[in-house]
Each structure stands twice: as C-alpha cells, then as structure tokens.
Design a protein around this ligand. Structure first.
Ligand code: NAP
Length: 368
C-alpha cells in the first residue's frame, strides 16, 4: 500500500532573492525527484509591505492562492501555516525565529542561522521547550552529489582524512554597491564570514566532523584571520583553520572572500590513499573527482573517477523535503543536519570574529 501523503504548509518570511528561489523550488513536484511521501504548499508570504508580499506571490507563486501579509507577524499568527521559512538578513534571524517559535510554528532558518552562538542556543532551547522543529537551511548537505561524496569518503578505500581545503568566494563588486547592501553593512552582519563561511564549514563538517573515525568530536582548536574592507569594516576575506585531534589527526583549512571568484577545485579532501576534488560552486556542486594512489602517501594516482550529477530546479527542495519528513515524524531536529552542527558553525564564526577583531555594532547581537 502506498504511504499516505503528508503536505507541509509553508509561510515565507521576506521577499528577497533567496526567498524567491526557495519558493520556486517548493512548487516543483516531489515525484520528479522520486519523493512520494511528502508535498509542499505555500499558504502565506510576509513582507515589510503588503504590496511587496502580493507582488512576490503574483510573480513567484501565482497558482498557490497564498495570503499576502504586510508584516512577518501576520504569517506567524496564520492558523493555516505549519512551518516558517526565514529569508531575512542574518542579524534578523534570531528575532524572526523566536517570534515564529513563540507563535507555535516550526522553523527553517537561512544561514548564518543567527548573529552569534548565544542567540542560536536561546532559539534551540525555545524550540525544545515548545516541542517544535528547527533547522538551519543547510541545503548543500541534502543534495544527492554531496551524499554520494560522503559514501565514497567513508567506504574505506581512501583511508582517513588528513587535510581538507574549502573555499567559497564571490565578487560582490563591493566598490560599486551601496554601503547599505547586506553584504557590506555591519548592522546586517555583512562580510564574507557569516554569508559565505557556512559553505566551507559544511564541507569541514561532512569531511572531518562527521567522519566515523572522528566520532562527532568537535575541533580541538580554531584559528582565524580576517581582512577587513575600509569601506565599512566588514570582513572582505577571511581564512580559518580547525584542528580535529581527538580521534583524527586532521586539519580543515577554510576561506571565503567577497572580492574574487572561487578557486577550482574549491574543495579538496586529502586522504592517505587519495583525494576527493570538488568543482565550484561548493554550495551546489555538479562534478567531483576521486583519485586513488598506488600506495598510501605516495601521491601517485593510479585510478581517477569523475562523476557528474544534474538536477532540475535550484536544489533547495531537498532540504524542504527533509523538513516535511521530520515534522511529519514528530522530530525536533534533522539527523542529517542537526542542532550540534549549527551550533558548531556559529561557535567557529564567533571565535574567528573574536580573533580577527570583527565586532558587530552595539545592539545587533540580541543575546550574549
Ligand atoms: N541558502 C542560500 O543559498 C542562500 C543564498 C543567499 C542568501 N542566503 C541567506 O539568506 C538571507 C537573505 O539573503 P538574500 O540574498 O535573500 O538577501 P536580500 O535579497 O537582500 O533579501 C533580504 C530580505 O529581507 C527583508 N528585510 C527585512 N529587513 C531588512 C533590512 N533591514 N535590510 C534588507 N532586507 C531586509 C527584505 O524583505 P521584505 O522587504 O519582504 O521584508 C529583503 O528582501 C541571508 O541570511 C543570506 O545569508 C542564503
């Protein structure tokens, strides 16, 4: 007998770029990706103006009959909404997610989940108290290619990981955009680290933190270096290193920049017996190569396999399916991208900002 179909009813918060692409993906038919147990419905959109919410629905979800609200609070109190998707700038995530949870809604929150780790801890405690699901929108971790890399990395032939390099960069043309753009404005958590840093981190988590030999041990040391732009003082380039020495003897060397494109490959995971090379963009890669050495440590590649994946749409629907399946099953967090990983990311960012001397302006961080 076919499993009963569970439909998750979504409320979308904010009408910016990421909300648009996520909303489009929610409308793609799950059956086209061989998902038959969950479906998605967009029932409400909230914006700072009702005109903008209605325009968003007309342009990006015209067949949904979603309700347009001129405030985010309208969506939180809509009884037809089960889960809220938060697509505002990072420094607003804490208040938006807190209000959604207080209204009894499950939450999928864009990355960086909050401005700092104390804000995220407060949200997770609230979600737990209210018995509501909360997940960081780490869409990359749910993509089929990424799951396949995890399988290859852990099936044994490559041995244990030793060094992982990952970079996500993009040229935001910072000399020519307004200083109020969220990537440049410190009040909106601007800069490379909070915007792009989650992506090198997802690879460090997948390649090292999640590796079975590591037994989910957290990094034993974190070091970071920040280069600030004189334009607004946000970080234009940041590099950071995580050592995993409790069970592995491995290091993640991570970087991000808002002033130039990513290198290629943009992720390299180096093992005693070979390498995994991932081509950019690392948030949604389509190609990776696995190299195998003739003997451990030799560097002589005797076998190389390149795999290419393609999917229609943006690729955000995989995380949406995970949210629907978890909520249907009464789970409070995802087993694939759980709260421990989101906390780890925010703690690393806090430490790197501290070492690099990048303090957010007074009043931006709501919990300390
Ligand atoms: N997962 C991904 O692939 C991905 C990609 C890009 C960005 N993101 C994350 O998603 C979040 C939003 O990014 P985005 O690129 O969508 O940004 P965006 O295009 O600037 O949109 C942000 C939206 O937030 C709302 N907002 C509320 N207060 C605001 C303020 N003071 N300044 C600016 N906007 C404000 C606005 O919507 P209303 O006017 O409707 O209220 C605005 O359209 C960020 O945390 C970012 O890191 C994720």
């Amino acid at each position: 007998m076919a499993a009963e179909l569970y439909t998750l009813r979504w409320g979308i918060i904010a009408t910016g770029r990421i909300s648009q692409v996520f909303t489009l993906d929610l409308q793609s038919d799950p059956k086209t990706r061989d998902v038959h147990d969950v479906a998605h419905q967009i029932v409400a959109v909230g914006s700072r103006s009702v005109e903008s919410a209605q325009k968003f629905i007309d342009q990006h979800a015209p067949s949904t009959q979603a309700t347009a609200y001129g405030s985010y609070a309208g969506v939180y109190s809509d009884p037809n909404v089960d889960a809220i998707y938060i697509g505002t700038p990072h420094t607003m995530h804490y208040e938006n997610a807190r209000d959604a949870l207080n209204a009894g809604k499950h939450v999928l929150c864009e990355k960086a989940t909050t401005s700092n780790a104390p804000e995220l801890r407060a949200l997770l405690a609230l979600a737990k108290e209210k018995r509501l699901f909360f997940m960081e929108a780490m869409w990359t971790r749910f993509q089929p290619l990424v799951k396949e890399i995890k399988r290859v990395a852990e099936e044994g032939s490559l041995g244990v990981p030793v060094v992982l390099h990952a970079d996500l960069s993009g040229d935001f043309d910072i000399e020519n955009i307004p200083k109020t753009h969220r990537i440049l404005d410190p009040k909106l958590g601007g800069g490379a680290l909070l915007d792009l840093g989650p992506y090198p981190m997802v690879w460090a988590v997948l390649g090292l933190y999640e590796h079975p030999v590591n037994k989910n041990a957290r990094p034993t040391s974190i070091s970071g270096s920040i280069l600030k732009t004189p334009l607004t003082g946000v970080d234009s380039s940041t590099s950071f290193t995580l050592n995993f020495t409790e069970h592995l003897h491995a290091q993640a060397i991570l970087s991000c920049s808002i002033t130039l494109p990513s290198p290629s490959p943009a992720v390299t995971i180096r093992y005693r017996n070979g390498n995994i090379l991932v081509q950019p963009p690392i948030y949604k890669p389509t190609t990776f190569t696995v190299q195998y050495f003739d003997k451990p440590g030799s560097g002589k590649v005797v076998r190389e396999e390149t795999r290419t994946f393609s999917y229609s749409g943006g690729g955000w629907y995989y995380e949406a399916d995970e949210v629907a399946q978890c909520i249907r099953d009464g789970k409070l967090e995802s087993e694939t991208w759980g709260h421990d990983k989101s906390i780890l990311l925010m703690e690393v960012f806090d430490e790197v900002r501290k070492q690099g001397g990048y303090a957010l302006p007074e009043g931006v961080e709501k919990v300390h």
